[in-house]
Design a protein around this ligand. Structure first.
Ligand code: FES
Ligand SMILES: [Fe+2]
Length: 335
């Protein structure tokens, strides 16, 4: 809403909506064509990642006295902050005798190996080359060229987000027994919304698919359930800008401009018999409402709530992704 009225009057984003019984809502399976999802998945897989992988939330990697260890695509990675607060990343094995560097200590920005005290300042050392790293302010990315096998890019493909000063962000992480494509496929099936998550969504209707337009997006009209019959209606658009990322933009309604980025980071090496994938979901919520300035001030309180909401949805969505993997890996996937 624009104009002087919008500035002076407060309007509630809540609407009252008849919530149909779960078993009375319109089935969506006819529209949810496996081929449409499979084609969208194929196009996303063909987009370049430049070998960049999301490691986790920038906020999670703040400590100055200890390193962080992550295994990404079967590669052990260690990260730490130097004296000036800059993040560094590199192989997680000590170049001396292979100790796990994640168990080291950071002193004055130097990572000290626990076994014999070898010090790494983040620059190259014989047998140890740092990995390119990117901190976009919400998420930290690392570039693993050997694991990715694509042409490297200088920077990861970071989706457009609301300006940091005008948004509240929260990052949720979970791990599933599946491959990244199973997580992406779940997100490219918007039709499951009201059926599979009736506690969260009401009356989901897919208003456009990549087959209808040129921007390769799924447009969805949906109401987020707040309590009882109170809902917040929005239009959202889902796109897959890279092989491991699906982005939902709120394009109309409350929170227009907000973004939910779902990143699927493989933990195991490509082709692993028992793959594990981390879902790192960044919610960057924006609003032009005046009350939102207060919301920003309350961000430390809001973040756990935002993470809890994402957590509930992902409990189900990981079950979906894991089921898809288990069928695919045994030749039983119907798609
Ligand atoms: S194994 Fe790291 S210093 Fe020896
Ligand atoms: Fe879902």
């Amino acid at each position: 809403m624009n104009g002087p009225r919008a500035r002076t009057m407060w309007t509630s984003p809540l609407r009252v909506r008849r919530v149909p019984r779960w078993d009375r809502q319109a089935p969506t399976w006819r529209e949810a064509k496996p081929a449409v999802i499979a084609e969208a998945l194929k196009r996303s897989a063909a987009r370049p990642s430049g070998n960049w992988y999301v490691v986790g939330a920038s906020r999670e990697l703040e400590a100055r006295d200890r390193p962080y260890g992550r295994t990404i695509a079967g590669t052990e990675v260690v990260l730490w902050r130097t004296g000036d607060g800059e993040l560094r990343a590199g192989p997680g094995e000590c170049p001396h005798l292979g100790a796990p560097l994640r168990e080291g200590r950071v002193a004055c920005g130097t990572l000290l190996c626990r076994w014999h005290g070898l010090g790494l300042d983040g620059g190259p050392f014989v047998g140890w080359e740092p990995y390119p790293l990117h901190d976009d302010g919400v998420l930290v990315w690392v570039r693993l060229d050997r694991a990715g096998g694509e042409t490297p890019l200088d920077r990861p493909v970071v989706p457009a987000r609301p300006l940091p000063g005008a948004a509240v962000d929260a990052v949720y992480t979970a791990v599933g027994r599946c491959e990244p494509e199973d997580v992406v496929a779940n997100r490219l099936d918007p039709w499951h919304g009201s059926w599979f998550h009736p506690y969260a969504f009401v009356g989901l209707r897919v208003a456009g698919t990549p087959e209808d337009g040129e921007d390769d997006a799924f447009a969805v009209d949906v109401s987020f359930k707040v309590a009882g019959r109170l809902v917040v209606p929005v239009r959202a658009e889902f796109t897959a800008p890279g092989p491991r990322t699906v982005v939902m933009h709120i394009t109309d309604g409350e929170g227009t401009g907000s973004v939910v980025e779902t990143h699927a980071t493989p933990l195991t090496a490509p082709g692993a018999a028992e793959p594990r994938t981390a879902v790192v979901e960044a919610v960057v919520a924006a609003s032009d409402r005046r009350g939102f300035a207060l919301a920003r001030a309350a961000a430390p309180v809001l973040r756990p709530l935002m993470r809890r909401t994402a957590g509930r949805l992902w409990r189900d969505d990981l079950a979906y992704a894991e089921r898809r993997w288990s069928l695919r890996s045994t030749g039983r996937f119907p798609g």
